[in-house]
Design a protein around this ligand. Structure first.
Ligand SMILES: Nc1nc2c(ncn2[C@@H]2O[C@H](COP(=O)(O)OP(=O)(O)OP(=O)(O)O)[C@@H](O)[C@H]2O)c(=O)[nH]1
Ligand SMILES: [Mg+2]
Length: 310
């Protein structure tokens, strides 16, 4: 750890938002300075309440998170929000939309909002999100919210790596979303039916209650909200605070160890893969040409690679 990293780290630990923003950029994009900064911060981590928010596109997650942030602020908490944007690697429409919707917090030093593009992050979005959350925790935020669109296993996984996972649904989702809900609901600590002002909200809530009744164990709390007006948002914030309070130190510790285990495995897998392929780049090239020419099949080429002594 060099003097530059020590200085950066000190500013982050003081909660300097400019330093936090620079730190997140380093962690996302700099292969040497990012890890060095994380190492400098490692001994100083505080404990934030990590909240994952996921659900289908357009359910109202960002609007809800913005309202939750306002509620946490009223309760004296500092809040950081990481919005993981799966569609736009640069600054796409969804991202801009989030900025506008969360504009109510502009100028508040107690709210920090950042979008992460899910493509292009070093070591994948899951690792980048977790690293960024570590920086925000070190900067003293009391709550770190990660919003992901629950479109695939990976995105749901990112949200799941938190103390509290919130699944946000809205009425009027098609059959495709119905199927997705099954997987989504498995990870929910708290379920929200947002857009409760719209037709079909009651039917959705009943369907969810029915689904929970078929499962063993106590159902997760189910809340109704209208994110656009703030109805039910305070109650949701209280439910999230209760969830983490009820966990107790032991369960929180277990979840922390679990997260760390996953992160180490992911990192090792990634490094091993990179090493493995980098020593076989030419061989892969030759085999790819052979497959393209019809001289080999994908399966036979793969077998050759795997059987390759090196
Ligand atoms: N009627 C109604 N509209 C809502 C409610 N909550 C959000 N909306 C609207 O739904 C649209 C999507 O809201 P967002 O907060 O961007 O939803 P999101 O889930 O973050 O969307 P993605 O991040 O793109 O997946 C916006 O036009 C919101 O104004 C609600 O409770 N009732
Ligand atoms: Mg959003």
């Amino acid at each position: 750890v060099t003097r530059a990293e020590t200085l950066d780290a000190a500013s982050v630990l003081r909660g300097d938002l400019g330093a936090v923003a620079r730190a997140l950029t380093l962690v996302e994009s700099d292969r040497t300075r990012g890890p060095a900064l994380l190492a400098a911060l490692a001994g100083h981590r505080r404990r934030a309440h990590r909240v994952g928010v996921t659900g289908p596109p357009g359910a109202g997650k960002s609007t809800l998170v913005s309202g939750l942030a306002a509620s946490w602020r009223r309760a004296g908490r500092r809040v950081a929000i990481l919005a993981v944007d799966p569609t736009s690697p640069f600054t796409g429409g969804a991202l801009l939309g989030d900025r506008i919707r969360m504009g109510e917090h502009h100028g508040d030093q107690g709210v920090f909002i950042r979008s992460l593009a899910s493509r292009g992050a070093l070591g994948g979005v899951s690792a980048a999100t977790a690293d960024c959350a570590d920086v925000l925790e070190a900067a003293g935020f009391d709550v770190v919210v990660v919003e992901t669109v629950g479109v695939g296993q990976g995105e749901v996984e990112v949200a799941r790596r938190s103390d509290t996972t919130v699944v946000v649904l809205a009425p009027g989702s098609g059959d495709e979303v119905q199927g997705m809900k099954a997987g989504l609901l498995e990870v929910a600590d708290v379920v929200v039916v947002n857009q409760a002002d719209r037709d079909g909200a009651d039917a959705l809530a009943s369907a969810l209650e029915g689904a929970f009744a078929l499962r063993s164990g106590p159902p997760p709390p189910l809340l109704r909200t209208v994110a656009t007006t703030g109805r039910g948002v305070e109650e949701l914030r209280v439910a999230l605070d209760r969830h983490v309070a009820a966990q107790g130190e032991e369960e929180r510790g277990r979840r922390r160890v679990d997260r760390a285990r996953h992160r180490i495995r992911d990192e090792v897998d990634r490094r091993r893969q990179e090493d493995w392929w980098s020593s076989r780049a030419e061989r892969l090239d030759a085999l790819a040409r052979a497959v393209a020419e019809g001289e080999e099949t994908v399966a036979s080429a793969s077998s050759r690679l795997l059987g390759d002594g090196r």
